[in-house]
Each structure stands twice: as structure tokens, then as C-alpha cells.
Write a protein that binds this ligand. Structure first.
Ligand code: C2E
Ligand code: CA
Ligand code: CA
Length: 468
């Protein structure tokens, strides 16, 4: 072969090699390595293409999102390797059962999806549930975590890929909250919910700069003499049409929409502006703010908070940051970093809603946490149920021996107050003392309580001993 022909052949071979490599890289970028299925990115692109094609020919496309029901439990009990084997098998089952033209993907974790133009979407969804409910054998033992499926149909439910995915997710979420192992389709109820959220979202975005987000204050009292020693700041939304809204009406949605950070910031600024003078005058010792678990996932949360605090007149030693225990468990390393950074500035940390989750006393030993807030659900039974009384008594004992202060939340009647005081609880908060109130009212209340003699309990020693 002449030299030039040889060179041409070499070059051609090299080009073919490069093309094969490029194809492989492309395929790898689009595939989930564990299951060999299409990954989320490629799936979204394929969904867009298929909707466009279906739109052009006037066809329908069903989007099924699939979530395994008890996968986390399986992973925790049998280990990650078993979890991976299981996910791979789910992938095999799904692709094995897919009809020609259907596309199966792994969206991440234990979430899968199917695009199908099967006209009978209900039957197709049920087949998916059945397929994944059949038991699997992992390490010789049978497991059957089951699966939930959410469904939305193009163009009936949504005209584009983004909405279609969101609607299928909403349907899935509803099934999950109802116990799973079923399928559910996007319907009129979910459409109304979606509409409500959209309106709320637009209104919330407007409400923050418009100053409709207000800090309210609830006193925390010293158990010994009912003297107000601090306040917890609680957010309220003064809605122009619906009036005053409680956090339950908008905090969950604000968290979902990633607006909670801005709300917490607004509450913090306005709350500090009102409460800092109370601290300066010696009317109270501390001001507690709630932060969303969402905020705490931000690695710069503590640094930002310290910066923000510096722009207020509140001393760091008067600030208490309330965080929930469930957050601690989600990312212990990150929580530790935040807590240590805040503590180093003299800011105190309170563990909120204690007694609803794991009630992890170990976290208290290893982290600089000074206060635990015993949840209302425990307090409301403390005087009614002797076992709860004993439990709270031993929690108080444990906290004391760790040098942690307990605040009992949601104290609603005298019997609870007496019992808690007798058990050694130093601080209380609840309707029995005061409901949350706006700043002006709080200020008047603080001045009045400075002048008035402290309120006392009807705390007959006999009764206290009886519960003792
Ligand atoms: P939380 O931190 O556990 O706050 C205590 C809740 O219990 C408050 O409800 C308070 O009004 C209520 N409460 C106090 N005493 C009693 C009582 O004796 N009986 C009963 N039944 N309830 C009592 P609220 O203000 O509706 O707040 C609910 C939750 O919303 C808070 O629970 C907190 O998790 C969240 N939240 C409140 N303000 C903020 C905020 O500024 N930012 C964030 N991220 N979350 C907030
Ligand atoms: Ca709280
Ligand atoms: Ca609480």
C-alpha cells in the first residue's frame, strides 16, 4: 500500500475510534450506572421530545412516576449493598415489562419513571404497582417493599413537560401520604390544590417586601414565680384579604418554594428591632427565633445569621436559636458546624419539639445545646396520663444531670403547671400564661408584669407531693 493510502486508512480508523469513544461517553452521561436505565437528565430531554411529537400528531402520553415504599427501611436493615442489588432488580423488572416504545428511567434514589402511550393509563398504572409488589429475594430472604405510582397525562392534564412532572409528583405524594402501594392520577382535587399554591406563592412573594410578615411574641416564664424571662418570636402573615394567618397556613408552602429563608430573615429583623430594647431595659433575658430545617441545610446559614445579628441591637448572648431535633439527625456534621459557630459567639441553641422524634439525649451530650423545649404533645398529657408524667419527670431528671435547661411548651392549665414545677421544670410557655401577641401588646404586658406582683400558682404542697 502506498504511504498516503496507509495514512488515510490510519486516519479513518482513528476517527472511527474517536466516534465510538464519544458515543460511549454520551451513553454513560445519559445512563444510570446502577440500573443501566436512562438517568434523570436524559429522561427529561426524552419527555420533551415525546410530548412534542405527540402534540404534532394529536396523541396522548402518560407519565408515571414510581417511588418504592419501604426502601429506606430495607437499606437500613439489610445494608447499602442489598439496597443496590434491589434497585438493580427493580430496574430489570421495569425494563423487562416495558412495552415497545415505552421508556423507563431511574430519576435518582428509589424513584423511577415510565413514559408510555398506552391508551389505558389506569390499567398500565395498576400493572406497575402489581409488578413491584411481587416479592424479591435478596440474600436469600424475601422482601416486598411495594411501590406507589403517580400519573399525569399529556395533554389532558398539562401542556408541557415541567407541569406534567410536577402534577405526576403531586399525585405520587398524595398516594404516599395515604400509605402507598397504590397508584393515583392527577385530578380535579389536585388541580385545585395546585391553583391554591400558585396563588399563595404569588401572594407570598409580594407579602415579604410589602411588610405583611409580622413577628408575634409569646412569653416564656420562670416556673418559680411566673415572671416573664424571655419571649419566643412566632411569625404571622397579615394577609390583606384573609386577615391574620398562622404559620401552618403558609410555612410548609414557603419551605417548598424556598421562600422560608426570606421569611425567617424578615421575622428576625423585625423581631430584633422590637425586642432588643426590652433586653436593653432588662425586661427580658432572651429572645428565641425559630429557624426552618431548610435554612439549616445552607452551609453558610450560621455565618449569615451572625452577620445579620451584627446589624441589630440585640446582644449575641440574648439570642436563642430554636432548631428541631429531626434536623440534627439529618446532617449531624453540618449541624455541629452551625451550632459550634453560633455558640462561639455566645448565641444559645434550643432543641425544639423534643419528645416528638427520637429524643436523642446523646446529641445533648455531644453538642453545646443549653435548652430543650419539651413538646406540647407530651405536656398536654402530663397531668392526665401517669405514664407520661413519669416520662416527663425522667426527661427532666436526665436534662438536669446533663446541665441542660428544659422549657415546657404548650402549658394550658394549672394542673400541668403545678406538676411540671414540682418535677423541677424551670421554664414554661403556653396559653395558661399568655398566648402569642403582637409587639405593642407584648411591650405593655412586659411593663405591667414588672410593676405587678408575680402571679403564683395554687400549689398546695400536698398535691405536689402526691404527684412528686
Ligand atoms: P413551635 O416552635 O413549636 O411554636 C409553638 C407553637 O405552639 C406556636 O404556634 C404557639 O402559638 C403554640 N402554642 C403556644 N402555647 C400553646 C398552648 O398552650 N396550647 C397550644 N395548643 N398551642 C400553643 P404557631 O405560632 O402557630 O407556630 C407553629 C409553628 O410554626 C412553630 O412551632 C414553628 O415550628 C413554626 N414557626 C413559627 N414561627 C416561625 C418562624 O418565624 N420561622 C419558621 N421557620 N418557623 C416558624
Ligand atoms: Ca419553637
Ligand atoms: Ca416547639
Amino acid at each position: 500500500m502506498p504511504e498516503s493510502a496507509q495514512r488515510l486508512a490510519d486516519l479513518t480508523a482513528r476517527v472511527a475510534e474517536l466516534e465510538a469513544e464519544r458515543e460511549l461517553t454520551l451513553r454513560l452521561a445519559q445512563t444510570d450506572s446502577l440500573t443501566g436505565l436512562v438517568n434523570r437528565g436524559a429522561f427529561t430531554a426524552a419527555l420533551c421530545e415525546r410530548l412534542e411529537a405527540a402534540g404534532a400528531r394529536g396523541g396522548r402520553v402518560g407519565l408515571f412516576v414510581i417511588d418504592l415504599d419501604r426502601f429506606k427501611h430495607l437499606n437500613d436493615t439489610l445494608g447499602h449493598h442489598a439496597g443496590d442489588l434491589f434497585l438493580a432488580e427493580v430496574g430489570d423488572r421495569l425494563s423487562g415489562a416495558a412495552a415497545p416504545g415505552e421508556l423507563v428511567a431511574r430519576l435518582g434514589g428509589d424513584e423511577f419513571a415510565l413514559i408510555s402511550d398506552d391508551p389505558d393509563v389506569a390499567a398500565r398504572a395498576q400493572r406497575l404497582v402489581d409488578l413491584l409488589t411481587q416479592p424479591h429475594t435478596i440474600y436469600g430472604s424475601q422482601v416486598s417493599p411495594g411501590a406507589s405510582v403517580g400519573l399525569a397525562v399529556f395533554p389532558d392534564d398539562a401542556p408541557n413537560a415541567g407541569d406534567l412532572q410536577r402534577f405526576a409528583d403531586m399525585a405520587l405524594y398524595r398516594v404516599k401520604t395515604q400509605g402507598g402501594r397504590r397508584w393515583s392520577a392527577f385530578d380535579a382535587e389536585l388541580r385545585a390544590e395546585n391553583q391554591h399554591r400558585r396563588t399563595l406563592e404569588a401572594e407570598l412573594r409580594r407579602a415579604i417586601p410589602a411588610g405583611e410578615i409580622e413577628p408575634w411574641f409569646q412569653p416564656v416564664v420562670d416556673s418559680a414565680d411566673s415572671r416573664i424571662v424571655g419571649v419566643e418570636v412566632l411569625v404571622r402573615w397579615r394577609h390583606p384579604e384573609h386577615g391574620l394567618l398562622s404559620p401552618a397556613a403558609f410555612v410548609p408552602i414557603a419551605e417548598e418554594l424556598d421562600l422560608i429563608g426570606r421569611i425567617d430573615e424578615a421575622v428576625f429583623e423585625a423581631g430584633c428591632a422590637r425586642a432588643a430594647p426590652w433586653v436593653a431595659e432588662g425586661l427580658i433575658e432572651g429572645v428565641a427565633f425559630n429557624v426552618s430545617p431548610r435554612d439549616l441545610l445552607d452551609p453558610s446559614f450560621s455565618r449569615k445569621l451572625i452577620g445579620r445579628l451584627g446589624r441589630t441591637a440585640l446582644p449575641a448572648t440574648a439570642l436563642i436559636v430554636e432548631i428541631t431535633e429531626t434536623f440534627l439527625l439529618r446532617d449531624l456534621a453540618l449541624s455541629r458546624r452551625h451550632i459550634e459557630r453560633l455558640s462561639a459567639k455566645g448565641i444559645r441553641i434550643a432543641l425544639d419539639d423534643f419528645g416528638t422524634g427520637y429524643s436523642n439525649l446523646r446529641a445533648l451530650m455531644h453538642l453545646p445545646i443549653q435548652t430543650v423545649k419539651l413538646d406540647r404533645s407530651l405536656i398536654c398529657d402530663v397531668a392526665k396520663d401517669a405514664r407520661v408524667g413519669k416520662l416527663v419527670g425522667s426527661m427532666l431528671y436526665a436534662a438536669r444531670s446533663l446541665g441542660v435547661r428544659i422549657v415546657a411548651e404548650g402549658v394550658e392549665d394549672e394542673a400541668q403547671a403545678i406538676l411540671l414545677r414540682a418535677a423541677g421544670c424551670e421554664r414554661m410557655q403556653g396559653y395558661w400564661f399568655d398566648r402569642p401577641m403582637p409587639a405593642d401588646e407584648m411591650e405593655a404586658r412586659l411593663r405591667q408584669s414588672m410593676e405587678a406582683a408575680p402571679r403564683t400558682f395554687v400549689a398546695e404542697p400536698t398535691r405536689r407531693r402526691a404527684h412528686g
